[in-house]
Design a protein around this ligand. Structure first.
Ligand code: ZN
Length: 326
């Protein structure tokens, strides 16, 4: 009788608007090989999938071959783990319902698991990061958009069609700012990157007080944070207001799901104390009393890109094995 081959490696793929990163990752989370390319080089989805699969095949053949690869995990915005489809991703050129998992499986001959970026970030934090060993936690990814995923009793909450966690589009201000999703008053319109810059511009227009921000040609959340570090009161007020909005949103979220911790990831989390201080203050004011002082508010220690490719590899272990290459 032939001995069954135990497969000890998977492929993790992280798709974002800017880039697609793909890597071979072993069972311990070691990255064996990694590469990336610009996602927007391919405006048509068939061309994109063919190119991605070709690149994966070349990498796999150069690094031990197919026999060791168990499955593939993919992180993509607006993707559903349940349906295996990417549906109308706002910042990707492929519209409609794209059955990405099935397309990849057909071309690669391997089992493929697909999930949205917030879900995969949370898996990465759970397997390799700040949420290791926790069963109930929220991971919040704040960049241009604001996504979230919460784990309950050790498992991610998916929702009916796999779109749970769209926290950025929870309404926080009735008839408030317009959001990229077409609705008004969404949390993302205040706490996402564009929202933070808008708050800065509104504050500058509303008064004549001096601010370092006035002399800058280009404003970004990172530059506003640097102004905070230099003692600029108006820049600090920008993050105080941002943290206040985030604190209200998170108090509501936590009151519903009772997490052990909330872990902030993504570019905006790098604002550190300027964001965290006001968020904590407002959070404690509004969260349900039994949870006051008990919910840990943490900033991820993992590098965003590495976490997502590792998270995608953790996802790959969640699908049943299937391979044309025994
Ligand atoms: Zn929205």
């Amino acid at each position: 009788m032939e001995e069954d081959n135990i497969k000890t490696r998977v492929v993790g793929v992280d798709i974002s608007t800017e880039s697609t990163t793909y890597a071979i990752v072993d069972i311990r989370g070691n990255i064996i090989a990694e590469d990336s390319f610009a996602t927007l080089d391919y405006s048509e989805v068939n061309g994109y999938v063919s190119a991605l699969c070709e690149k994966i095949v070349v990498m796999v053949e150069a690094n031990g071959g197919y026999e060791q690869i168990r499955s593939v995990g993919i992180s993509c915005p607006s993707a559903s783990f349940i349906t295996g489809c990417v549906v109308n991703a706002p910042n990707l050129p492929w519209k409609g319902n794209v059955p990405l998992a099935a397309m990849m499986r057909d071309r690669l001959g391997l089992a493929v698991a697909l999930a949205n970026d917030a879900h995969v970030s949370a898996l990465g934090e759970h397997t390799f990061g700040s949420a290791h060993g926790m069963k109930d936690f929220i991971v919040l990814n704040i960049g241009v958009g604001l996504g979230s995923c919460f784990f309950s009793r050790g498992h991610e909450h998916q929702g009916f069609e796999g779109f749970a966690g769209e926290f950025g589009h929870a309404c926080i201000v009735e008839n408030g700012r317009e959001c990229g999703c077409g609705k008004q008053g969404c949390l993302e319109a205040y706490v996402g990157a564009k929202g933070i810059v808008r708050t800065a511009r509104e504050l500058m227009e509303a008064s004549d007080e001096p601010s370092l921000m006035r002399d800058l040609e280009r404003l970004t959340p990172r530059i506003i944070k640097e102004c905070c570090d230099q003692g600029d009161a108006m820049a600090q007020e920008v993050y105080r207001r941002t943290g206040h909005m985030l604190g209200i949103g998170l108090a509501n979220y936590a009151s519903i799901v009772n997490p052990e911790a909330i872990i902030l990831t993504g570019g905006i989390s790098h604002a550190g104390k300027w964001l965290l201080g006001p968020t904590r203050e407002t959070f404690e004011k509004y969260v349900f009393g039994n949870m006051q002082g008990k919910v840990k508010l943490l900033v991820s220690k993992l590098n965003d890109r590495e976490r997502d490719v590792l998270g995608a590899s953790a996802l790959a272990w969640e699908v049943p094995e299937y391979s044309l290459f025994k």
